[in-house]
Design a protein around this ligand. Sequence first.
Ligand code: ASP
Length: 342
Amino acid sequence: MSGRRDFVKSSVLLSVAALVRNKSIAGPMLALEGRSVGKPIVISTWDFGREANAAAWEILGTNGRALDAVEIGVKVPEADAENQSVGLGGRPDRDGIVTLDACIMDENSRCGSVAGLENIVHAISVARAVMEKTPHVMLVGEGALQFALQCGFKKENLLTEKSKNEWLEWLKDSKYRPINNIENRVGPPGTLPGGAKNHDTIGMVALDGHGNMSGACTTSGMAYKIRGRVGDSPIIGAGLFVDNEVGAATSTGVGEEVIRIVGSHLVVEAMRQGLSPEEACKRAVERMVSKNPEKSKEVQVGFLALNNKGEYGAYALQDGFTYAVRSEGIDQVFRAPYYYRK
Ligand code: ASP
């Protein structure tokens, strides 16, 4: 969270991002339509994606496989107790229980997913185990936990004091009121007690030096959700989709809106039709707006995409969605263009 504040305060990066958004420059690394730095490359949601990208880059930069890179990359925020939207330290559901959703997909369209997983920090690695060790794609709840334990994952308490205290604060008005955040808004509506931000899934997609793509997505989901609620993040096609012949996409924000349009699949199919990654993300956002105009004004959703030529782009409903890019000669956070201009 403080990383994001640092980013917002960084006038240098903001001015670069503003120039990119306004299409007024096309520097060596930065051209709005189909920004490209070639392969290998990894991109991920939000400014905390930068640290995750650094871990992924250790694999990609040494000719490793995209699948390994995305798993290792998203494990960084999963293990970070200060990150209250992913893995350890994630905000709980309304009953005070942290439940994790995650999925992973590789260059051969193999995929694995877990939803409502409790007490295991690295949900992404359990998702990968589902993909590699079972004939299934998705395991949920108690079954997912049993499977993880059988695989040797360690049971841990994921609820930190900080997240617990915020939840107790939220409980005071004892009304069911899940919070749909608009990322750049400070104060209610859309913020937690103390003005903290609500959501921040990490979605990461990568293209390795062999020309193969993979993606991973992991989250603790919407804060104070109804027990059992599953968002877009573990749903292949919604929170993540990879097609090695075309590209890969991932999403963050209010998952219900993404599921309704099967967002990440839509983005990849739009790239298949020839759209640039940014245009494809914009098309998904526009679909969301056309299907649900009133709701789309109130919530934040961001899409992030990479094609198999190493071109990348993003688009969001609202201002404030940032994403991180790492490749040879680039290690930066950008602010995505967005639909609703005030
Ligand atoms: N997409 C996630 C969900 O709806 C949350 C988020 O990205 O903030 O569970």
